[in-house]
Design a protein around this ligand. Structure first.
Ligand SMILES: NC(=O)c1ccc[n+]([C@@H]2O[C@H](COP(=O)([O-])OP(=O)(O)OC[C@H]3O[C@@H](n4cnc5c(N)ncnc54)[C@H](O)[C@@H]3O)[C@@H](O)[C@H]2O)c1
Length: 425
């Protein structure tokens, strides 16, 4: 452990920002009652005592509360950013100054600094990794095999990371167990749908201040996030168009009351485009050429590869920044296309990410999955595991309790009826 104590102060924009960050962390905490309950238990039981945790997550006020919870559970935590644009610099400063949690994250950091921060987080020699997009695991498996003997396991926060890790497991490349926090019902039902749904529009509005009512909003991908964005855009009066590659999801979008068409058609009619697929180049060069003058293009999927930005750069005659988070590209046909937040997660780049009340459940799943991993790692293989059902159910129960909502329980007769194949005649 001594080796990890060296230069653990972290790397943040300025420690003078800490007072504002502390207020933000405390504000988020008020909206995270489930995590508060877990923290209280962790303070007493110390289930993570002495466990080194390296977490690569969006450095926001909600994440700060997770890091504090893990620390209160006895963990030795360091944090680095999982995205160069999503860091709240004041929160990062407060984590270092007020909570003594080494944090490596500066908004707008370039690629080199971003990766040097991952390197710093790994110098902590983690026993547990916590990722949002599998960057730590990828770096360990490609460059830091020396760390493998000390690693118990890890957790993964988002859809894209889980997909990457599953393919690593299938190819036999993954070397330690991972819990897919994203796949917990109490995570993606709420975080991806309601959290991304609301905050993506928040990011687009803060960046542009457009009136969504009456605009044609094209949503590329009707998964958990896409449904959330569509639902909220509809609520704000937009004419929502969905593009999909999955026939079932496309059908669902139709029955939810949306128009569905290929991106080649949608690109001609849309005013605002939002990508949420976890895939690459879903809006490509030929689509930009067809867009209306003034079209706004944003991404809320994990990586900045959903929009083919190199194609847009190549196509455009000129580019200028017209507002914070808004780049105007003038195309050879004279039309202008506006790319928001350099194609990075717009809800984190231009807004504040998910509301704390949603992250409460996701991070409750994270904290309990870390505890589960510490207790069970020796019995797990190098695979991607679901969050155990009892953790998922428990998080939902605690959340309901915090909302003051009671629900019914099965009567013994109903439990017997549901459990037996011979009942029901
Ligand atoms: N912005 C955030 O804060 C935030 C939060 C959670 C998840 N995410 C990220 O958002 C992305 C989507 O997550 P999700 O949970 O909705 O995933 P999901 O798997 O539920 O949905 C993705 C959808 O995109 C569709 N799709 C794939 N390629 C497509 C294409 N070329 N054209 C149209 N549709 C296509 C798929 O069929 C699927 O329905 C992931 O990258 C995830 O990591 C972001």
């Amino acid at each position: 452990m001594a080796a990890t104590k060296r230069k653990l102060a972290g790397d943040v924009k300025s420690l003078s920002l800490a007072p504002k960050g502390k207020l933000r962390i405390e504000w988020a905490n008020q909206w995270m009652p489930v995590l508060q309950l877990i923290r209280k238990r962790f303070q007493k039981e110390k289930p993570l005592k002495g466990v080194r945790v390296s977490a690569c997550l969006h450095v926001t006020s909600e994440t700060a509360n997770l890091a504090i919870t893990l620390r209160d559970g006895g963990a030795d935590v360091v944090l680095c950013a999982s995205n160069p644009l999503s860091t709240q610099d004041d929160v990062a400063a407060s984590l270092v100054k007020d909570y003594g949690i080494p944090t490596y994250a500066i908004t707008g950091e370039n690629k080199k600094t971003y990766y040097s921060h991952l390197v710093s987080a790994l110098e902590h020699k983690p026993q547990i990794t916590m990722d949002d997009g599998a960057d730590l695991v990828t770096m360990i498996l490609s460059k830091r095999h020396d760390l493998l003997p000390g690693i118990l396991g890890g957790t993964e926060e988002t859809t894209t990371g889980v997909i990457r890790l599953r393919s690593m497991a299938n190819d036999g490349v993954l070397k330690f167990p991972i819990v897919a926090v994203n796949d917990a019902d109490t995570k993606h039902f709420f975080d991806n749908r309601y959290g991304t749904g609301q905050s993506t529009l928040d990011g687009i509005l803060r960046a542009t201040n457009v009136l969504l009512a009456g605009l044609k909003v094209v949503i590329v991908g009707y998964g958990w996030c896409g449904r959330g964005v569509a639902m909220r855009a509809k609520g704000m009066g937009s004419d929502v168009i969905i593009t999909e590659i999955n026939p079932t999801k496309a059908l669902e979008a139709i029955m939810d009351g949306f128009r569905v068409m290929p991106i080649a058609e949608a690109s001609k009619v849309g005013d605002v485009f939002v990508t949420v697929t976890g895939n690459k180049n879903v809006i490509a060069g030929q689509h930009f050429r067809q867009m209306k003058d003034g079209a706004i293009v944003a991404n809320s999927g994990h990586f900045n590869v959903e929009i083919d930005i190199p194609a847009l750069e190549k196509l455009a005659n000129s580019k200028r920044r017209t507002r914070d988070f808004v780049d105007e590209y003038t195309l050879p046909n004279g039309r202008k296309v506006y790319l928001l937040g350099e194609g990075r997660l717009i809800n984190l780049a231009a807004a504040e990410g998910h509301p704390a009340v949603v992250m409460d459940m996701s991070f409750a799943d994270q904290a309990l999955s870390a505890e589960y991993m510490v207790k069970n790692a020796k019995n797990l293989e190098a695979k991607v595991y679901p969050v155990p059902a009892d953790i998922d159910q428990n998080v939902a129960k605690l959340k309901l309790k915090s909302l003051g909502v009671n629900i019914d329980t099965l009567t013994p007769e109903q439990a017997k009826y549901l459990a037996s194949w011979s009942e029901g005649t």
